[in-house]
Design a protein around this ligand. Structure first.
Ligand SMILES: Cc1ncc(COP(=O)(O)O)c(C=O)c1O
Length: 424
């Protein structure tokens, strides 16, 4: 494959999804030219339709006030119902297994209240050693709420070498040997620092074989990699919508509850009126009658102004089709990988697995000269209007996003890195 800029531009010309870039606001550098934005794995860019979507709801509020719940083009009462379908498609689930509410960490707590029920010797939670801090804090505090000691009840699996990759077999081996102590396996879909995409069906299966329940944090997976939660048979999952789903800063998060639990009345669950069956919600009876499926976990009436951008963002996924986005994503990430390998092999190490089945669009890079050189490179890139991100201790994450990134962006990035490392 040619490493020329012309070749990158040729790839963009043949890209059938290239017009979706025009649907997004691309941030500008100080000189007015477009940034090279590789940070959609942290905060997705704003769809141009987001503002209009919010304005429509502000207008509905202005014109309809309380009647906006039932009237207008998008009655607020059924807002979640409209979002559930397209969201369920992205995660391989049924609409009734999905609810949009709160934020990721809040949903993780709500899920652990139901699905972390330590008893007898089965009291531990299995997580990865490098788990995202918020997940760890949530796990620790849930363990404490049961009067238990996190030191004793958190079990961590570490990467076997210094390559930061955890083999699924390590999880299976642990569960084979000690599964009877594990109450819950909590695992990421895509690891935030390494970019590793795990075989989720395998993990849920081994958790269940050990008699444990299983939950996934899909913050870096939804909208990035193909998911089939129903096939994986996981008990619950949580994710945010502000990364690959481009739904806005701190946007309302997603939550999946396997349908086998959705109708259960035996689960411990925190209740609020929005989790009550919609048929009887407004009878204002004292008795809680759970809604069917994931909706039973909802507590409050949904923040429509914060949910409007999700609607706009999911419409773009529907138009593009996730299979096409994934195809482009695999090609574009392989293209970036190939450029790095041929042009920067003696300076950068790619931490993310090489197998496309084991990663999404993100490549995590380490500068071979060490952490300080890596940090310096990151700062030079940022100063030049190129936006990857930095994760301590030493990783530069670069995510070409199929919805709006170009092959040319990848080429320009590598060319810039070469310049900063004195290789041009
Ligand atoms: C993997 C992962 N888990 C949890 C969180 C926390 O999300 P929130 O602040 O929306 O609760 C993040 C945020 O970036 C994340 O990347």
């Amino acid at each position: 494959m040619s490493n020329s800029l012309q070749h990158a531009q040729e790839l963009d010309r043949h890209d059938r999804l290239s017009h979706f870039r025009d649907q997004f606001w691309i941030p500008k550098k100080t000189d007015g030219s477009e940034q090279l934005y590789f940070c959609g794995n942290s905060l997705g860019l704003q769809p141009k339709a987001a503002k209009a979507a919010v304005m429509k709801e502000l207008t509905a509020w202005q014109e309809l006030a309380v009647e906006g719940h039932f009237k207008g083009q998008r009655p607020w009462l059924s807002y979640n119902d409209v979002l559930r379908g397209p969201m369920a498609e992205l995660i391989g689930a049924k609409p009734g297994e999905v609810v949009l509410m709160n934020s990721l960490t809040v949903n993780l707590h709500l899920m652990m209240i139901s699905f972390y029920r330590p008893h007898g010797q089965r009291r531990k939670i299995l997580i990865e050693q490098q788990s995202f801090p918020s997940d760890r804090y949530a796990v620790e505090s849930q363990i404490r709420m049961h009067g238990l000691d996190p030191q004793e009840c958190i079990v961590e699996i570490a990467p076997s070498g210094d390559d930061r990759i955890i083999e699924e077999s390590a999880i299976e081996d642990y569960l084979d040997a000690h599964g009877e102590e594990i109450a819950l396996v909590l695992w990421p879909g895509v690891q935030y620092a390494s970019g590793q995409f795990f075989d989720l069906t395998r993990i849920a299966k081994s958790a269940h074989a050990a008699g444990a329940l299983c939950g996934f944090d899909l913050a870096h997976a939804v909208g990035n990699v193909p998911l089939n939660l129903d096939e994986s048979d996981v008990d619950f999952s949580v994710w945010c919508t502000y990364k690959y789903l481009n739904s806005g800063i701190g946007a309302v998060a997603g939550c999946y509850v396997n349908e086998q639990h959705g109708e259960s009345n035996d689960l411990t669950r925190l209740h609020g009126w929005w989790g009550n069956d919609p048929k009887t919600r407004f009878l204002m009876e004292p008795e809680f009658v759970p809604a069917s499926g994931a909706e039973a976990w909802a507590l409050s009436n949904p923040p429509i102004l914060a949910m409007a951008p999700i609607r706009a963002a999911l419409e773009l996924f529907q138009q593009a089709g996730f299979a096409s986005l994934r195809k482009k994503s695999v090609e574009m990430t392989a293209y970036l990988e190939q450029l790095i390998q041929t042009e920067l092999n003696d300076s950068l190490e790619i931490v993310t697995p090489a197998d496309p089945e084991r990663r999404g669009c993100q490549l995590s890079l380490r500068v071979l000269a060490g952490r300080d050189a890596g940090r310096a490179l990151f700062e030079q890139l940022e100063a030049a209007g190129t936006i990857p991100d930095w994760r301590e201790p030493d990783v530069i994450r670069v995510a070409p996003i199929p919805m709006y990134s170009r092959f040319e962006d990848c080429w320009l990035f590598v060319n810039q890195v070469k310049g900063f490392l004195g290789k041009n």
